[in-house]
Design a protein around this ligand. Structure first.
Ligand code: HXC
Ligand code: NAP
Length: 291
């Protein structure tokens, strides 16, 4: 096994933490839950489908996981879920805003409802959970941590996922704003911007087989591979642990260099062969002499 496939932190690094992971029953959320539990945390997982939460609980830990059904778009459900978590574990001192909705589509094909659904899950959902937890922490003098899972296009924007890009950008701004405003209460707010990490939820909606047969995803990434879940969960564990106690308001990109490859104006020159470079060099040297 390679180092990046192993848990990075010491056993017990999260033993004083009760962490709520929204969307913790599937995909990256579930992977984070596994690692958090292995480091000693107690974890509440939420989502709309109880069967997914129950499955994750059975698979990972019957007693250290508390599953709670909650649609993050509804502030009433979020308040209720937080109260249930506090009642079950006695407290809650960490929140990972991981629940999301997304699918690729030309923007002009979206109905208002389709657009709003993504904004509501991602932006309003993250706001609902952060506001409920933040107020509870302030009232009870708890130094809580928030980790927001955003995307690299939260900073750059992206066509074909415009509602998601707008919502994630809002979540990133919330991260940076509250990192300053609520630091006086001992809170830290950070974010992770992942590149492609295969999950069923994301792949069904963003890279269906019919599309990935045409577009080679790995080629878009300088390291020529997708992320492995443990790479992300190690980073998330560090940011939720007291080892990162001086990191506040930061967004950490973990994408194998993908967004930079897209951003550099000449990066597509990777496709030019050695022979073509020999020819190009001759032409350019000759042009330089003339000018
Ligand atoms: C156009 C679509 C559509 C599509 C749905 N709609 N799919 N429009 N193209 N492909 C429209 C519907 O017609 C409807 O509008 C509206 O969207 C809501 O659809 P519903 O199915 O009724 O809603 P709901 O059941 O709540 O489902 C929400 C969802 C769904 C977001 C559409 O996919 C979901 O539950 N997703 C949760 C998980 C998820 O998305 N995971 C991926 C995260 S990955 P009308 O007007 O017809 O009523 C991610 C990674 C980013 O964020 C970066 C990767 C590198
Ligand atoms: P996923 O498995 O589809 O996870 C999404 C989760 O959100 C599901 O568990 C879903 O559960 C939950 N959810 C959706 N709508 C909800 C709602 N209204 N209320 C409560 N929960 C809701 O996808 P994933 O790939 O692991 O994504 C996890 C996070 O990583 C997301 O924030 C995503 O944007 C981010 N991300 C992923 C990638 C990637 O390559 N995978 C890249 C960049 C960023 P229910 O359906 O049961 O509610």
């Amino acid at each position: 096994m390679n180092l990046h496939q192993e848990s990075m932190l010491k056993e017990g690094s999260l033993s004083n933490k009760v962490i709520w992971v929204t969307g913790g029953g599937t995909g990256l959320g579930k992977s984070m839950v596994k690692t958090f539990i292995s480091l000693g945390a107690k974890v509440a997982i939420s989502g709309r489908r109880f069967e997914k939460l129950e499955e994750a609980q059975k698979e990972i830990s019957e007693d250290k996981i508390f599953p709670v059904v909650c649609d993050v778009r509804e502030s009433g459900q979020v308040e209720k879920a937080l109260n249930q978590i506090i009642e079950h574990f006695g407290t809650c001192n960490g929140l990972v805003n991981n629940a999301a909705g997304n699918f690729i589509s030309p923007t002009e094909r979206l109905s208002h409802r389709a657009f709003d659904i993504i904004l509501d899950i991602v932006l309003k959902g993250s706001k609902n959970c952060t506001l409920s937890c933040g107020k509870y922490w302030i009232k009870n003098d708890i130094p809580g941590y928030v980790l927001n899972i955003v995307t690299t296009y939260a900073s750059t924007g992206s066509g074909y996922v415009v509602p998601s890009a707008m919502a994630k950008a809002g979540v990133l701004v919330m991260t940076r704003s509250l990192a300053v405003e609520w630091a006086k209460y001992g809170q830290r707010h950070n974010a992770i911007a992942p590149g492609p990490f295969p999950t069923k939820g994301a792949w069904d909606r963003l890279f269906p087989k019919e599309m990935s047969e045409k577009v080679n995803l790995e080629n878009r990434i300088p390291l020529k591979r997708m992320g492995e879940h443990m790479e992300l969960t190690n980073l998330a564990s560090y940011l939720m642990s007291d080892y990162s106690s001086y990191i506040n308001g930061e967004v950490v990109t973990i994408d194998g260099g993908e967004w930079l490859q897209g951003a550099g104006q000449f990066n597509q020159m990777e496709a030019i062969s050695k022979e073509e470079w020999d020819m190009l060099e001759k032409v350019i040297r000759s042009n330089q002499k003339k000018s």
